[in-house]
Design a protein around this ligand. Structure first.
Ligand SMILES: Cc1cc2nc3c(=O)[nH]c(=O)nc-3n(C[C@H](O)[C@H](O)[C@H](O)COP(=O)(O)O)c2cc1C
Length: 201
């Protein structure tokens, strides 16, 4: 059982890293192998919309996302953590989730992996990022675990939020327990950009 924490803050050892780390501590306590991957200092380019990955499972952009793909494929559960930047997820988080278009083939897929969400804001604006991340989780046929939303601004301030830290720990534990159920969506019903949501033709 592997739980991967993706921290999409460019600020090293900031509030997102801390909360994602605490969720991983909870997952480890529950028996999982855990890894924290921070995008800080990494080269994760935006999707260029070439669509060559769709069906092949291979993205032609050679950057650090290739490592992230591998880690995501190997994980049973993935925590998506982001601070709020101007009422939204960070540019790094959006680049990363857009690039998961490459994980839409049956051979390389995020289906049936557990998805957890951690969002940190200074004062206001978490809801759109939460909604976007849960939609992303649903679109990939992942299994949604809990959400942790915390309000902290200065680096490390989140440690003072007793309930927030506890919620993160519990998220990690919950993800391991959900993954242990080994639920699988029926493969007959695809969900991807063409099969999920509104249909126009
Ligand atoms: C460019 C930028 C934009 C931000 N926009 C918001 C915002 O819209 N709402 C808010 O509450 N906090 C905002 N913040 C504050 C961060 O969400 C907050 O400091 C958070 O704790 C940072 O997490 P980190 O330590 O993991 O980087 C912004 C910070 C930066 C640097």
């Amino acid at each position: 059982m592997k739980i991967l924490g993706l921290s999409c803050s460019p600020r090293k050892q900031g509030n997102t890293d801390i909360l994602v780390g605490e969720a991983l501590n909870g997952a480890k306590h529950e028996g999982a192998e855990v890894e924290l991957y921070s995008v800080s200092g990494k080269d994760i380019k935006p999707c260029d919309g070439c669509w060559s990955c769709f069906g092949t499972g291979k993205c032609h952009i050679k950057d650090d996302m290739q490592t992230v793909y591998q880690k995501m494929i190997e994980a049973d559960g993935i925590i998506f953590g982001t601070p709020i930047y101007i009422y939204s997820m960070t540019a790094q988080a959006k680049a990363l989730i857009d690039r998961t278009l490459a994980l839409s083939s049956p051979e390389k897929s995020l289906a049936n992996k557990v998805g957890g969400v951690i969002v940190v804001a200074g004062s206001i604006g978490i809801i759109d990022a939460v909604k976007d991340l849960y939609f992303f989780i649903a679109m990939h046929k992942m299994l949604p675990a809990n959400l942790v939303g915390a309000y902290a601004n200065n680096k490390g301030e989140v440690r003072k939020l007793e309930q927030g830290m506890k919620a993160a720990w519990e998220l990690g534990r919950e993800m391991v327990q959900i993954a242990a159920k080994k639920f699988e969506f029926p493969s007959e019903f695809a969900r991807n950009f063409f099969a999920y949501g509104t249909h126009t033709h």
